[in-house]
Design a protein around this ligand. Structure first.
Ligand SMILES: [Zn+2]
Length: 177
């Protein structure tokens, strides 16, 4: 029997669901030919193309062909908010550092950052912790995940958010080196 969505990597599931919901035009999944994944993609009503060890997934054929090379066009294809693409183009890898510092500060001062924010920013660095487009993207995605199978959100939290807490929690840094 083919694999179910709950058994697939949660990050891949989030990508596929975002494409299905029109939150992004397409997804790019690094994977060798995988029949189970192809069945999941097709069952969600999406189409794909497999090339050079990558699946390109979209809802409509035109989008499948339209993935360009430059950052701005790719950002648009992946449904990344324009403010976040702009911030990345301007600040590059410094943006990630800035956001991590902002996050530590926010957590130290007891500021609440909704889990949906991290879901929304899955796959890119948000322009700020207050980016409302990123939060909206996450809220929409969570609603869709819950509608498809309530276990999907739990899986994403376990694999991506809890791991994030361990990795960025501070304690890990010294023994990782
Ligand atoms: Zn933004």
């Amino acid at each position: 029997m083919a694999k179910s969505l709950v058994e697939e990597q949660p990050g891949v599931v989030v990508d596929l669901v975002m494409v299905k919901e029109g939150i992004k035009k397409g997804a790019e999944i690094n994977r060798h030919a995988d029949k189970d994944l192809e069945v999941l993609i097709t069952n969600l009503g999406l189409i794909y193309k497999h090339k050079n060890g990558k699946y390109l997934v979209a809802k409509v054929k035109g989008d499948l062909e339209a993935l360009a090379e430059d950052t701005k066009a790719r950002g648009d294809w992946f449904g990344i908010p324009q403010c976040c693409v702009k911030a990345f183009l301007e600040q590059g890898s410094k943006l990630s550092e800035k956001i991590s510092k902002e996050e530590i500060k926010a957590l130290q001062s007891g500021k609440h950052i909704p889990n949906e924010f991290f879901l929304g920013s899955y796959g890119y660095i948000p322009c700020s912790l207050d980016c409302k487009f990123t939060l909206e993207r996450g809220i929409k995605t969570k609603v869709a995940l819950d509608r498809i199978d309530p276990r999907l959100w739990g899986r994403f939290k376990d694999v991506h958010l809890r791991r994030r807490l361990v990795e960025f929690g501070g304690e890990v840094c010294w023994w990782k080196k």
